[in-house]
Design a binder for this molecule. Structure first.
Ligand code: SAM
Length: 276
């Protein structure tokens, strides 16, 4: 029997996700047309790569502050992007999206990427975004997988059952609502605080032969971590074995080594103007 690994640290798996998304992430950020030299806030900045790309987009006169609740993740962000940009352009601080350590109206825009579904007090966080952004500024909420991604082409039934297991797994963390349900109610949450958002979905497509960043993300973060031990008890024994046969790194039928492998992964961006 093959053994599923879940050795991936949360920081490493976030970095892999960022590297996988990087080409489209840079396009999404460019499409936002953030004003040059503007001041922005990245709520739940993770390991800091999105903060770096946002800071690069606003140019040398701009300033981006990334906040994270855990001190350790703030340190990881600092280490990962240290030396890439001067502190006057990009800084990381400890802080929570529901109690942002910034004065009222102190930023031109707020970016919140793949974070809002983690914050059970969604409305409280959105009111904080509105408090810190200047009148006429912008609030951008990015959520990956509002639609489930396709990672197992040719195995739709198995993949659907894995997705359902993931939905069940995140119910507790999401305060009784799964992450996917929470992602799908983003527009409604924005409306609750008086924000009318536009939305746009970007589709990432990758196909064999996969580049290193894509292979690492799908193999280590998706297959071994997200679909690893944490799902074992939520799948039938037969489905766990089917999943192991196509997802385990050393398995002869590992799907990533097949010549016709492809994946499709959606990213949705919700954008709202904060009225004066
Ligand atoms: C999926 S990660 C996304 C990180 C980063 N934005 C990115 O795109 O790579 C979710 C992040 O939300 C952060 N987070 C969770 N609750 C938060 C809160 N209340 N305020 C700010 N960040 C929070 C987590 O620490 C984690 O880094």
């Amino acid at each position: 029997m093959t053994i599923a690994r879940e050795s991936e640290s949360p920081h490493r798996s976030l970095e892999r996700m960022n590297r996988f998304q990087e080409p489209e992430a840079r396009r999404i950020i460019a499409d936002l047309g953030l004003p040059p030299a503007s001041r922005g806030l990245d709520v739940g900045c993770g390991v800091g790569l999105y903060g770096l790309w946002l800071a690069e987009a606003v140019g040398p006169g701009g300033h981006v502050i990334g906040i994270e609740p855990e001190a350790e993740r703030v340190e990881t962000a600092r280490t990962l992007v240290a030396g890439r940009l001067e502190t006057r352009r990009l800084e990381f601080r400890q802080g929570d999206g529901t109690a942002i350590p910034l004065p009222d109206h102190s930023v031109d825009w707020v970016w919140c990427g793949d974070v809002l579904h983690h914050i059970v007090e969604t409305e409280r966080a959105l009111r904080e975004f509105l408090r810190v952004v200047r009148p006429g500024g912008r609030i951008v909420v990015k959520e990956s997988q509002v639609l489930s991604a396709l990672f197992l082409p040719g195995h739709p039934e198995l993949e659907r059952r894995i997705q359902l297991a993931e939905i069940r797994r995140t119910l507790d963390e999401g305060g009784g609502r799964s992450f996917q349900e929470r992602r799908q109610t983003t527009l409604a949450s924005l409306r609750t605080v008086g924000l009318t958002a536009t939305m746009r979905t970007y589709l990432l497509e990758r196909r064999a032969p996969l580049g290193a960043a894509d292979h690492e993300y799908i193999q280590h973060t998706v297959f071994s971590r997200n679909w690893g031990e944490r799902l074992r008890d939520l799948l039938s024994r037969e489905d766990w074995e089917r999943r192991s046969a196509v997802c385990e790194p050393g398995a002869p039928a590992n799907i990533l080594s097949t010549p016709d492998y492809f994946c499709i992964y959606p990213i949705t961006v919700f954008m709202a103007d904060a009225s004066g």
